[in-house]
Design a protein around this ligand. Structure first.
Ligand code: ATP
Ligand code: MG
Length: 295
């Protein structure tokens, strides 16, 4: 790792952030003609899945899209970041998967804005991996619940769904792969980043062959990028070379404001919209909106 000895002067940085914010405000944010359902997946832990799910969702909803985040991780980090109640007695994803509740019965408004909602995850979800094994159509339960919801009067005007997965390739993540049509893989710019990627892509191929033929890896986002290190730049270049059409141009920088936001029950997009992390997530969201979904 080599530190860059000449960081940009503060005034220049501020001016650049200001210009980027203006470009975001002036941009056209097209809405998809039918809901785009993403699963945010990477079996590697702590790579920015939850941060990406809630912030892309928040940025799109701020621009007029109606967005649902499904928290499919028993840790409930997405629920926390969106300021929704996910104490153990609150019904959420667990009840939806087991089949006692519909999404319409458990969905909550986020603290960010009225267009952003969340299906919360409680600690009960930790038992679901095992309980689902004995249930019929165990891989299709989230998919069926989403189809029912998006086709009902409550869910008819949603534009995006983001499913936040746990760091594993178990039945919960499988439900996400079957329920989604697009996979967004966040990759942390560090040495081991690419090691688990071939396993992940292999699993996705298997799911496409057996359970969900329309599933595509539409988006890769490089997260926690530290431009001062050669290593991060090397990893970013490697990923860009391997996946030129899939990786977003936007790199999300490592930023303290991003990691602070969840402790206020907020996304960074709401907590500090002028911070470099919030602007990068908004730029990534704009790229996703402008690329459109798979045909
Ligand atoms: N751009 C960033 N800058 C600084 N910190 C970040 C950034 N992105 C994420 N973090 C922090 O890194 C940690 C891991 O991020 P996050 O929870 O989004 O990862 P994850 O892949 O969802 O983790 P898990 O696998 O446990 O679900 C969190 O503490 C988060 O606040
Ligand atoms: Mg997470």
């Amino acid at each position: 790792m080599t530190d860059n000895p000449t960081p940009a002067p503060l005034a220049d940085e501020l001016e650049t952030l200001f210009a980027r914010k203006k470009a975001l405000a002036d941009a056209r944010w097209p809405l998809p003609p039918r809901p785009r359902i993403f699963t945010i997946s990477n079996q590697k832990g702590g790579v920015g899945k939850t941060t990406t799910a809630v912030n892309i969702a928040a940025a799109l909803s701020q621009q007029g899209a109606r967005v649902l985040v499904v928290d499919l991780d028993p840790q409930g980090n997405a629920s926390t970041a969106l300021g929704v109640n996910h104490q153990s007695h609150i019904p959420g994803t667990y009840e939806v998967l087991i089949g006692t509740h519909s999404i319409a019965q458990v969905v909550q408004k986020s603290s960010d804005n009225a267009l952003l909602s969340c299906v919360p995850a409680t600690i009960n979800l930790a038992g679901a991996e095992i309980e689902l094994v004995g249930l019929e159509h165990r891989e299709f339960r989230l998919r069926q619940a989403l189809v029912d919801f998006l086709g009902s009067a409550d869910g008819t005007d949603y534009h995006y769904v983001f499913i936040d997965c746990p760091p594993s390739l178990g039945l919960l993540t499988l439900n996400a792969f079957v329920g989604a049509s697009e996979v967004l893989i966040p990759i942390q710019c560090e040495y081991y980043a690419l090691e688990g990627l071939s396993q992940l892509l292999g699993t996705i191929d298997m799911i496409r062959d057996n359970l969900n033929p329309r599933l595509v890896v539409s988006t890769i986002l490089l997260t926690m990028f530290d431009q001062r290190t050669n290593l991060a730049q090397q990893v970013a270049e490697d990923v860009q070379q391997h996946f030129p059409d899939t990786v977003l141009k936007t790199l999300v920088p490592r930023s303290v404001r991003v990691s602070e936001a969840p402790s206020f029950g907020q996304t960074v997009v709401a907590y500090d919209p002028s911070s470099s992390g919030a602007i990068a997530y908004a730029e990534a969201a704009l790229e996703i909106a402008q690329r459109g979904g798979p045909v």
